[in-house]
Design a binder for this molecule. Structure first.
Ligand SMILES: Nc1ncnc2c1ncn2[C@@H]1O[C@H](COP(=O)(O)OP(=O)(O)OP(=O)(O)O)[C@@H](O)[C@H]1O
Ligand SMILES: [Mg+2]
Length: 246
């Protein structure tokens, strides 16, 4: 039987700079949450994909999850977004037990997260600005401050020059930056990303990941699942490697 477990031998843990840690502690989560805890989580599809995985991600932490193809990185993300449920074990997100969240409450739960995947689509018939405004309106309804919030998000991420472009006028890297901006429009305390640089060349990947770092320093807990070891090896972040079947 295939078993996959968290391989503590391969966990690279580099403490983040003390000063920055302090800033994060104050700025993020104290007010807004941002903790995730997995206790003995097992996920079985046809085979055991995750085997008694225990993991704690603290407020304001930036964690890379690596591991070879099939080791369960996406599965871990899908458990956290509640696209699938654990076979056994407990997952707590800011103290909430995901097993106890009712089906109809899942969309509301998801809105408390920022989610970025590899191939996320933007609305092709709307500009960058409209794409961002749209999600904010879906979540909060029509509000007077929507335009201002979109403009400040784009400005914060250094993307203001793209605001009038349509998705087909963006490079892959630019698109992924806008997908990130869009994921932040609901003010999440936790950002979950699955292969956010999956289709990008090394230069564009580094630029996208720089933005993740910027966002992290500013206010949130970030978990990135990736096979991109160049990015996952960035200094200052914890890395957990899921050990797959050999
Ligand atoms: N819905 C599903 N039904 C059955 N098996 C699945 C399902 N989703 C994933 N799996 C299996 O679970 C295992 C882990 O898949 P997962 O997508 O989590 O791996 P991964 O680490 O993200 O891989 P990659 O690096 O290729 O993205 C694989 O063997 C996959 O075939
Ligand atoms: Mg995957």
């Amino acid at each position: 039987m295939k078993t996959i477990e968290l391989d503590f031998q391969n966990v690279a843990y580099i403490a983040s700079a003390g000063l920055r840690g302090l800033m994060i502690g104050q700025k993020t989560a104290n007010a807004k949450g941002g903790q995730m805890t997995l206790k003995d989580v097992t996920k079985v599809y046809n085979t055991v994909v995750l085997d008694r995985l225990s993991l704690h991600v603290d407020r304001g932490e930036f964690l890379f999850v690596t591991g070879k193809s099939g080791s369960g990185k996406s599965t871990l993300i899908r458990l956290l977004t509640m696209e699938t449920a654990a076979t056994e074990g407990q997952i707590l997100v800011d103290g909430r037990d995901l097993l106890k969240i009712k089906k109809r409450e899942i969309p509301v739960y998801r809105r408390s997260l920022g989610i970025v995947f590899q191939d996320m689509k933007l609305l092709e018939d709307r500009t960058v600005f409209e794409n961002l405004a749209f999600v904010r309106e879906v979540i909060y309804g029509r509000r007077r401050d929507t335009s201002q919030r979109v403009a400040s998000m784009l400005s914060f991420l250094g993307l203001s020059t793209l605001h009038k472009r349509y998705p087909q006028q963006l490079s892959g890297g630019e698109k992924q930056k806008i997908v990130l901006a869009r994921a932040l429009m609901n003010d999440p305390a936790i950002l979950l990303a699955d292969e956010p640089t999956g289709n990008l060349d090394p230069g564009a990947s580094a630029e996208v990941m720089d933005l993740f770092e910027l966002v992290h320093r500013r206010w949130m807990t970030v978990l990135v699942a990736t096979h991109d070891l160049a990015q996952a090896g960035r200094i200052g972040h914890r890395r957990v490697e899921l050990a797959g079947d050999v």
